[in-house]
Design a protein around this ligand. Structure first.
Ligand code: HEC
Ligand code: HEC
Ligand code: HEC
Length: 449
């Protein structure tokens, strides 16, 4: 398994001195990299981390304890722990959900208070270290699929409340599958290098120049709700690009028909193709009810809204909208324009298959389908992956307890339309009625099949 990277001198290299010198130095570089990897693989976090007031884990009276558990329950909703730690058929918070990353599969863990397979024997301090620093009680580093890059900003008191809540839920004995990661990513110790490069542990620091409401919204969005885990672009090593915070990211999730596909999570800054399109009320209504006057939730946002944001208090959702609407615009270049022949084909497909519901004006109708003209962030997003998923596989209509509208569902067009036709209709929608998303290529459609 420990494949040493080696260099085979190419034919025209062996004949020259220079070639030998180069392959020798390449070998040296490879050996040094291998050495670093081998050493790093065994690294554990052995420092104790910053001081914490241990009293927060032991509130005095039983009334205080009850209040702490209630608060923890609410915070667990805000952090959407259940979406990742509960499988469709599994027990509450017993883990086992698979996350497919470019480096392999990571499984969420059992966070019920079972002593053997869960966190039953953990101390409050150990729980805090996992959330704040991504470190296990035995010093092993956790993978950032667990969004501790956001949870690190949660306050000590809120982490203590979460711990009290997780101690209070039913203990489930359940061992989750082992992670299936390619070497060297299978070595947890390597995360120490990743953390040194990309991770700053530390509680959210309020901005005194902003209102308490704004700060509350920032805390919820950035620390607990971890919106940026999906909505920020990531680099090749899977770290969020801090310079392009919330400017749009990619996330692998199931489409309506069950297959795993990339989804684009749109730009949530005030860019002209981002949240600039929506008012404060549009944002809060969407997070609270899964719909606003323009769109309705579908895809990966279903779980975010269903299991998390719709449970939050009205004032908290308003605070999140206030903060989100204040994100400085991160404009992206407008999409490429398309040939008239492509637009013509797109118009034909649209009028034949889409216009009956979304209307020829693209304005949609409460009775039939959402608006596509200058309203949907998904339609405008520079990466069309989510829009293509909707067209190929159909949107997953919200189920009760979401308010449902008596609409004819949109069908899946994967068998009806060719890649060229899907690309043309997507291009037509993204280039029409003031939309600026621009051209979608056949290759982009083929990649989502
Ligand atoms: C986006 C998915 C996701 C969300 C949301 C999430 N987790 Fe996790 N969590 C994971 C994964 C995956 C792991 C396993 C990481 C690993 O193996 O390194 C994990 C690991 C953990 C661990 C470490 C357990 C151990 O055995 O080492 C704790 C504690 C934890 N999560 C608590 C929480 C809490 C509390 C919340 C909500 C506030 C939460 N998680 C939300 C995916 C998630
Ligand atoms: C698990 C990944 C993930 C998380 C976490 C997430 N989003 Fe999204 N979001 C997506 C994806 C993918 C889309 C596009 C497809 C869809 O709407 O589901 C999206 C779409 C959106 C849209 C545009 C909807 C439309 O139809 O135009 C808004 C607004 C949004 N998200 C806000 C948020 C906010 C606010 C948060 C944090 C509370 C958040 N998202 C957390 C993945 C995510
Ligand atoms: C039978 C009516 C119907 C037809 C025909 C139809 N749609 Fe839809 N479409 C809907 C409904 C309803 C939704 C909203 C689903 C949801 O949000 O849960 C939707 C959602 C969408 C969205 C996501 C918009 C958003 O909220 O961001 C896009 C994009 C879309 N349709 C494109 C198309 C295209 C392209 C066609 C033709 C190839 C088409 N639709 C045909 C009913 C229809």
């Amino acid at each position: 398994m420990l494949a040493v990277p080696f260099v085979r001198p190419s034919e025209n290299m062996v004949s020259t001195q220079q070639g030998f010198a180069r392959s020798r130095s390449l070998l040296l570089v490879a050996a040094v990299i291998f050495f670093i990897v081998a050493v790093a693989a065994f690294l554990r976090a052995d420092d104790a981390g910053p001081d914490v007031d241990e009293e927060i884990f032991n509130p005095g009276s039983s009334a205080d304890r009850e209040a702490q558990v209630e608060r923890g329950k609410y915070l667990a909703l805000a952090g959407n722990c259940a979406s990742c730690h509960t499988t469709g058929s599994g027990e509450f918070m017993a883990g086992g959900l698979a996350f497919d990353t470019p480096f392999g599969t990571v499984y969420s863990t059992n966070i019920t208070p079972d002593a053997e397979t869960g966190i039953g024997t953990w101390t409050g301090r150990q729980f805090l270290d996992s959330m704040r620093r991504g470190v296990r009680p035995n010093g092993e580093h956790l993978y950032p699929v667990f969004p501790y890059t956001a949870f690190t900003k949660v306050t000590d008191e809120d982490i203590a409340a979460l711990f009290a809540y997780f101690k209070s839920i039913p203990a489930i004995r359940m061992t989750v599958p082992d992670n299936d990661l390619a070497f060297p990513f299978s070595q947890r110790g390597l995360m120490s290098i990743w953390k040194a490069m990309f991770f700053d542990a530390g509680v959210y620091q309020p901005d005194d120049s902003e209102s308490p409401e704004w700060n509350r919204g920032a805390y919820l969005v950035e620390a607990l709700a971890h919106c940026s885990a999906c909505h920020s672009p990531r680099n090749l090593l899977g770290a969020e690009d801090a310079d392009r915070h919330m400017a749009g990211g990619v996330y692998a999730d199931r489409v309506r028909t069950g297959e795993l596909r990339p989804w684009s999570a749109p730009n949530l800054t005030s860019a002209s193709t981002g949240l600039h399109l929506w008012s404060h009320e549009n944002v809060s209504a969407y997070l609270k009810t899964g719909q606003n006057e323009y769109v309705e939730t579908f895809g990966p946002m279903n779980e975010v809204i269903l299991n998390s944001t719709r449970h939050l208090r009205g004032d908290d959702v308003e605070a999140m909208a206030t903060y989100l609407k204040s994100l400085p615009p991160q404009e992206v270049r407008p999409g490429q324009t398309a040939d008239n022949s492509v637009l013509g084909m797109g118009r034909t497909v649209y009028n034949l298959h889409c216009g009956t519901c979304h209307l020829p004006t693209g304005l949609g109708d409460v009775e039939s389908a959402p608006r596509l003209a200058r309203a949907s962030l998904v339609v405008q997003e520079s990466n069309p992956a989510s829009m293509i998923n909707v067209i190929l596989y159909g949107p997953e209509l919200p189920q009760p307890p979401f308010p449902t509208r008596r609409r004819k569902p949109m069908e899946e067009f994967q068998y009806l339309l060719t890649d060229a036709e899907v690309a043309a209709v997507a291009t037509y929608i993204r280039s029409n009625w003031g939309n600026t998303g621009g051209r979608v290529t056949e290759k982009q459609v083929a990649a989502q099949r």
